[in-house]
Design a protein around this ligand. Structure first.
Ligand code: HOC
Length: 371
């Protein structure tokens, strides 16, 4: 068999066999009976690109401008908590950062990483990176994490709003693996001076038994914000501030009015709430309400054609989640690079065959039709 599969279904099958069962359940699983997770992917089948002929699409340009950065591709690596455990060497965040360096696809590094954000950023090479923040309810800790991200050279802060409490995830409930997984993704906390001071005050050795750090972490992790907190989030950084988990146009307007620089339309890959609208269905309304503000998108992208459709619906850039994680599981950096290059090659070839030489042309009237 080939070293890396080309089709998503086979990629998933091989990753399931490669990963420890509890890690596979966590990564592959979603909320409830995973209806929304399946619907996210199926939603792409309801849109079709209309081919155009004789437009001279021999040269394509898949580059995008994002927050003043000229990116060679429209893809991003979506933030994934506990990513470290998904690579064969147990350092998936570093392996993904190396894939970003090799492909020019920026990584949005998760707060919940196995290795500290500074070490992750050190592997980016010339590719810019973004830092994903789960805003802790300890404001000093939030400030410290953002300050560290700025110092480490991250180019934007992506604040995840939809995971202030983890959703109803039957696979994880069945394996009971969350306590153990949490102990493996707290490097950004246990390396943080503010969190270490909290541990010291609680009489916990920051470098000792991770279960004790997890106990303290549960005090800071859940932070249900309100729109009144946006001014505080905005004050944390002068870097681009992107709000993730926005699917309603009214929330887009509130984000804009509150000074966000970008909107990230996502339903967390169907991992948080079951029974919801597929994220792709929200994308056109979100783009319209964003009124020119960059819109990032994830949830359900499984192929290069899916990425092209999300771009045609107005996404500025498209983030990939499970596909690259499965590649990572099979071959670390090489596996993730294989997946990214395959998605890009498919997207590029589709744009050639269908006669859309740039992302701007994908947005022309009549390029994409609802089936
Ligand atoms: C072990 C703690 O982004 C996900 C993550 C965050 C959940 C916290 C898990 O699973 O989608």
């Amino acid at each position: 068999q080939p070293k890396y599969p080309m089709a998503f279904a086979e990629l998933a099958e091989r990753a399931a066999a490669a990963l420890p069962p509890s890690v596979w359940s966590y990564v592959a699983g979603g909320a409830g009976d995973e209806h929304t997770q399946r619907a996210n992917a199926a939603a792409f089948e309801r849109w079709g690109l209309v081919p155009r002929m004789m437009v001279g699409a021999a040269q394509r340009d898949l580059g995008v401008e994002l927050f003043g950065l000229s990116l060679p591709t429209p893809l991003l690596l979506a933030p994934v908590g506990v990513l470290g455990l998904c690579a064969p060497d147990g350092h998936g965040d570093l392996a993904t950062a190396r894939a970003a360096a090799r492909t020019g696809v920026p990584m949005i590094a998760s707060t919940l990483s196995v290795d500290p954000l500074e070490q992750v950023a050190a592997e980016f090479g010339d590719t810019p990176g973004f830092f994903q923040l789960y805003p802790p309810n300890d404001r000093a800790l939030a400030e410290s994490l953002v300050h560290r991200a700025e110092q480490a050279g991250y180019r934007g802060i992506v604040v995840t709003l939809d995971t202030w409490v983890t959703g109803w995830r039957p696979r994880d409930l069945a394996t009971g693996n969350f306590p153990q997984l949490r102990g493996h993704c707290l490097a950004n906390y246990t390396s943080d001076p503010v969190f270490r001071a909290r541990l010291a005050a609680a009489g916990v050795d920051p470098d000792g038994d991770p279960r004790q750090a997890v106990m303290e972490w549960t005090q800071v992790f859940p932070s249900p914000l309100t729109w009144d907190d946006l001014a505080w989030l905005r004050s944390l950084t002068s870097l681009p501030l992107i709000l993730k988990g926005i699917c309603h146009p009214e929330d887009v307007r509130r984000a804009r009015d509150g000074g966000a620089d970008g909107i990230y339309c996502s339903n967390h890959g169907g991992r948080q709430a079951n029974g919801g609208l597929p994220a792709l269905e929200s994308l056109p309304e979100v783009v319209e309400a964003a009124d020119g503000l960059p819109v990032l998108f994830d949830s359900g992208v499984r192929s290069g054609a899916d990425a092209v459709k999300a771009l045609a619906l107005g996404a500025t850039a498209v983030a990939i989640g499970r596909p690259y994680v499965y590649g990572l599981a099979l071959g670390g950096t090489d596996g993730a690079v294989h997946v990214l290059r395959s998605l890009l090659a498919e997207a590029d070839l589709l744009m050639a065959v269908d006669g859309y030489p740039s992302i701007a042309t994908l947005r022309a009237e009549g390029a994409l039709r609802r089936l």
